[in-house]
Write a protein that binds this ligand. Structure first.
Ligand code: GLC
Length: 811
């Protein structure tokens, strides 16, 4: 069964059946103020930080699913319904949801009344706009009652869910005209409030949830909506809400717009009050006035569209396959922006309270984002590096509101530092801005410890060199990329978290082949960088370290048919044919083949063939095989998952691209592309029901071959999968790869392709690239011409800004 379809011209996904297999969501907001919105208008908004500045209450994993959102109720005398179907679930005559680039349109129609709802956050604005167009599509006069509904969260989304002895007494609101202000705790300690307004006079309101919903009713049948009479309640404690009431009369064919604004305000200390106990509303009123007519709202939406036109104009492929085109041109790039904005904090699988920005995650996210807004990437990489420790280790996460490292999670994940080299070099390759290397960047957010960004990279590189184990391979620390491979935890207490429990690395022999491959791959990037900026000596020193690591991997990391995964605390092999379970893993085989370690000796080919044979499935490549069937104290969290799920032999979509890239290094374009299409959402439309999550974005994990339901996806949106797949397809399969000194052209495509075209905006000029594949090969550039003139090799040097160049490539 299909629940919707793509509309590429409008860059929208159109959902035509509201009862999707899981809520299919979208994100609103560009920088500070964000909202999550599902196809039935569920979700919530927050300012910068989904934990500390949550505006509305949302109940994760609730019954029914997806409860809480911006709800509009229509009581037409015969029935009570919502334009987005939920929460009343009254059957509609027509329903449609269009998720676009940072906006969502939901429309519902019933008994001759149509409600079209547009939701978006205007650029640079701390508010969500909700424009509701109500139309009479019948031949008779329509009179009906219209209610809005929003439930406030008491700011901290975590305590909002648990500290009821306090929460039930703190709630405070003010109502002035058609605006309801939520001012809980706005006193000496807090300088912020929220508001919900509508651009018309209202006929009533409610701000107390119990009065509006009824203590034993639910969102599907609120007492006030059923009775058709607001109670004009002013909340004192308990659960404050904001609901407007309006009586509407429409002639046949007539329509009217109501514009709601759900916003957030911060006031300066000396400007907090209008009079004693009355909040200063000036800033809220300014925003409300800015969006109080249809024309103003439409102008703001056009601006948002223009902003996205500009972003998506930087890489446009014309491949002849609409699935690939929509994946590359629209949805994958869009998801990369979302992961850049949110890291792993707020989705329908990430509750917004558990995790802030991840050190390794946010660095990796940059590879799919940096071309969209290099200046934002620059700031991000500086923020991330500022949470590094002086010895090169890092806080694993930081909170976006404070930008300070997250003490609760701590550090010791020994892959973290190397990802900073990826983040910084990706930025330089895209922008050509080497000045970031001279930027003074603090350690542990302490300005007095600041050193240049270049030194941060050296220290990151050295962190691996300084932490080698008995096989001269990198010590794993708390974990490497695989958070669940906890080789130093030895946890027998089910009440402790593997991520934060004591890490017994003292005397540990636990080494990671994943970090080893990572070190070689990004170590070489570091060396290239040193050479380009004239640091020859450092380049030579680093080269020696990388060479040593390559040797150590060949000597101690090769299992005969593939690369080992790790050595455990005692020095026993993990990911070896000698093991009964977990014989082979994806991560080390991905990174070591990307880095072409032992390629001359045939190691890469063997390793990738083994991956194909043992890890590949119909729905993607599983993480390890055979799956672990019992808990192994020396391995940790990985063995707590049932076989086929998550890190225990799930299809972790994040590292499938490492294998794709490894394949392109071998020149096997058919295989690389086959792996790509197996997990790319636009290619999975026909299995929407099984796949379950949004058909327009990647999910972190698809259930593997050992799972109960192979092919079923979970954890959509916030995953490094977005950036890595974007990098794999654009930089390695299509082979258009930013380099320190220009743009490298190195495609590795399916042999049956005749070629493809890409328009790429880069460092201020445009490359119109046409690749031709007359001999139907995968890889190997024969000739490149720029505006008809042949060049040597396949690196397009840095060209003059402001111009457009025609680049013809023959394979
Ligand atoms: C999650 C984490 C990421 C980790 C991965 C594998 O996606 O966000 O940091 O690398 O799981 O464990």
């Amino acid at each position: 069964m299909k629940y919707g379809h793509f509309d590429d011209d409008n860059r929208e996904y159109v959902i035509t059946n509201p009862a999707t297999p899981f809520p299919w969501i979208n994100y609103l907001g560009d920088k500070d103020f964000f909202s999550l919105i599902s196809n039935t208008a569920g979700g919530y908004s927050f300012y910068k930080d989904a934990k500390f500045r949550r505006l509305n209450r949302y109940r994760y994993n609730n019954v029914p699913m997806d409860d809480g959102g911006r709800y509009f109720y229509i009581n037409d005398g015969d029935s009570v319904w919502n334009p987005g179907w939920k929460p009343s679930k009254t059957e509609l005559d027509h329903y449609e949801c269009r998720h676009g680039m940072n906006y969502t349109k939901i429309s519902g129609e019933k008994n001759g009344i149509k409600a079209e709802c547009l939701f978006f956050v205007p650029l640079g604005t701390w508010a969500e706009i909700q424009k509701i167009t109500l139309s009479n599509t019948s031949n008779e006069v329509k009179k009906f009652k219209f209610f809005s509904y929003n439930e406030w969260a008491l700011w901290n989304a975590a305590t909002d869910m648990e500290n009821f002895q306090r929460n039930f007494s703190t709630g405070e609101v003010e109502v002035e005209g058609s605006v309801i202000y939520h001012k809980t705790e706005y006193r000496e300690r807090r300088n912020h409030f929220a508001y919900y307004s509508v651009n018309t006079e209202i006929d009533g309101f409610d701000t107390d949830r119990e009065s509006f919903v009824g203590l034993y009713n639910c969102h599907a049948n609120p007492e006030v909506v059923l009775s058709g009479k607001p109670k004009n309640t002013v909340a004192h404690g308990w659960s404050p809400i904001a609901s407007h009431y309006k009586e509407i009369e429409l002639q046949p064919g007539e329509s009217t717009d109501l514009i709601f604004v759900l916003g957030y305000v911060e006031n300066a200390e000396d400007d907090k009050w209008e009079s004693k106990g009355v909040i200063n509303k000036t800033k809220a009123k300014e925003v409300i006035a800015k969006f109080n007519t249809t024309a103003k709202v439409e102008a703001a939406l056009s601006e948002l569209r223009a902003y996205w036109d500009d972003i998506l104009d930087r890489f446009i492929i014309d491949s002849g396959d609409e699935r690939l085109d929509r994946q590359v041109n629209i949805w994958n790039q869009y998801q990369c922006m979302i992961t850049f904005n949110f890291s792993r904090s707020a989705s329908y699988f990430e509750s917004g309270i558990g995790r802030g920005m991840g050190f390794r995650d946010s660095n990796q996210d940059l590879i799919g984002f940096v071309h969209q807004a290099p200046e934002r990437a620059r700031q991000r990489v500086i923020d991330i590096a500022s949470t590094q420790f002086p010895d090169g280790g890092c806080y694993h996460q930081y909170q976006p509101l404070t930008k300070g490292g997250n003490n609760e999670v701590g550090g010791g994940f020994n892959d973290d530092p190397m990802w900073l080299i990826l983040g910084v070099t990706s930025y330089i390759k895209e922008s050509g801005d080497f000045s970031i290397l001279d930027e003074m960047v603090p350690f542990d957010n302490d300005e007095s410890l600041a050193q240049t960004m270049f030194n941060h990279l050296t220290i990151s590189f050295n962190h691996v060199v300084n932490n080698l184990g008995p096989n001269k391979l990198p010590l794993i620390g708390r974990a490497d990329w695989n958070d669940c491979l906890n080789l130093n935890c030895f946890s027998m207490n089910p009440n402790e978290s593997f991520q934060t429990t004591e890490n017994n690395s003292e005397g540990s022999k636990a080494e990671s082949l994943m970090i080893a491959g990572l070190f070689v791959y990004y170590g070489r990037e570091y060396i290239d960088l040193c050479k380009v900026i004239g640091k020859e000596e450092e380049a030579a020193r680093a080269q020696q370290e990388v060479d040593n690591m390559v040797e150590a991997i060949k000597q101690n990391g090769w299992d005969g048919e593939w690369f080992l995964r790790a050595y455990d605390f005692y020095g026993n092999k993990i990911g070896s044919n000698e093991n009964e379970e977990g014989k082979i893993f994806i991560e080390s085989n991905g990174f070591c083949t990307m880095a072409k370690i032992g390629d001359d000796e045939g190691m890469c080919e063997k390793a990738l063939d083994a991956v194909k044979e043992r890890l590949d499935t119909k729905y993607g490549i599983v993480l390890n095989n055979p799956a672990y069937t019992t808990y192994r104290i020396e391995m940790g969290e990985i063995s707590t998952y049932p076989p086929g799920y998550k890190e225990n032999a799930g299809i972790f979509c994040h590292n499938n691209p490492w294998i794709m890239i490894g394949e392109t290094e071998l020149g096997r374009g058919d295989q690389a592309y086959e792996y790509y299409t197996k997990i790319a959402p636009a290619f999975l439309e026909d299995i929407q029901e099984l796949h379950k999550t949004e058909p327009y974005v990647y999910s972190q994990m698809i259930a593997g071959k050992d799972a109960f339901k192979p092919g079923e996806a979970k954890n959509s949106w916030l995953t490094g999968t977005a950036a890595w797949n974007y990098a794999a397809i654009t930089q390695h399969i299509l082979g258009i790869r930013p380099a320190l000194q220009g743009m490298l052209i190195d495609p590795c495509i399916p042999t049956k392709w005749d070629g493809f075209k890409v328009s790429r905006k880069f460092r201020g000029y445009t490359l119109n690239i046409e690749v031709k594949n007359p001999n139907h090969i995968s890889k190997g550039v024969k000739q490149i011409t720029i505006d008809g003139k042949p060049i040597e090799g396949n690196l397009i040097p840095v060209l003059e800004k402001g111009k457009t160049y025609n680049v013809n490539v023959t394979l």
